[in-house]
Design a protein around this ligand. Sequence first.
Ligand SMILES: *Cc1c(COP(=O)(O)O)cnc(C)c1O
Length: 379
Amino acid sequence: MDYNRSGEKTEMIPIAKPLISKEEKSAVIKILDSGWLVGGEVLKEFERSFAKFTGTEYAIGTPSGTSALFLALLALDIGSGDEVITTPFSFIASSDSILYTGAKPVFVDIDEDTFNIAVDKIEQKINPKTKAILVVHLFGLPADMRAISKIAKKHKLKVIEDSCQAHGAEILGKKTGSFGTVGCFSFYATKNMTTGEGGMVTTNSKRIADRLRMLRSHGMRIRYHHEILGYNFVPTNIASAIGIEQLKKLPSFNRRRISNAKFYNANLKYMEGLILPHTPKGFKHVFHQYTLRIKKNFVLSRAKFIEYLRSKEIDSLVFYPIPIHKQKVYKKLGYTGVFPVAEQLAKEVVSIPVHPGLKSRDLMKVVSALKSLYENKNK
Ligand SMILES: *Cc1c(COP(=O)(O)O)cnc(C)c1O
């Protein structure tokens, strides 16, 4: 039994579900009992274990993935007059965080097999104003960091990894968040691990780590000595305590996401008009989402397919129906570019439940709902 957004009981298989159990609960109670709701060792412990997990020297906690991205850009001295290359096919925060600093997001179309930035189209957008590439590892699949790092090195650009959907994803055993100048993570309730709301920046640079700590805490190293303009972006100990426990479970959460995806891959692969997610060789996809593409020759239109799943008590969601450059807020800013692949995929994609809370009967229910569509068609 699950609960919907209004707190009512529902039989619907949800698209996402945070897995919180006794470990998180007792960690939170401990914090509440201690009276130390912010500051001290708990955040440091979460940061140390997260840095260790990603294979980076430093990790700096923030209250959200959005604030992690914003602070990371500020720590790299990106601001007004600068351009940052990024993808138009993502959650809007990856691009909005560039706007917050006064810099300009410059979009590059995506690759249709991976949904990630098209590496071969990056260089044509580089000019003297370009300061950085902000890559997104969409749906849990790493972008091609080897190629991107090469381009960045050649043009002396910083690299920001938006790893908000890719905790634990890897390329040849190396984790996302450890390739770029900085890596940014979100611990929002639906992500691969959660603290309710929360975020983290990872880096190997002591200087950047130091700047991040000042930026998130009113520009101070020593209490009430304010050296730079900073903000209040310090996570609570309640969030950090949950994070410590969730991080321990992240590998098993990801294993379940991957095995759920494998089950779908094996059972859905011969369906006409349905394109399944692609994982390039050497890449570890952690399936934040399992995203299908509905082609014209599929039995139903995407809208009808979503309706059909709903009738079978299966939730699904379109990530994302409108590419960022086509959002009203960007149109008002004068964005007129055309990114045909992103625009096409926005019309085709739909994500089905893949989270670790799924039972095998849930997986069966999804597969048989899809199979019966296919069988009815062939009658
Ligand atoms: C979730 C997400 C963010 C923002 O994280 P919040 O914690 O919600 O602020 C940024 N980028 C991507 C790709 C995301 O999925």
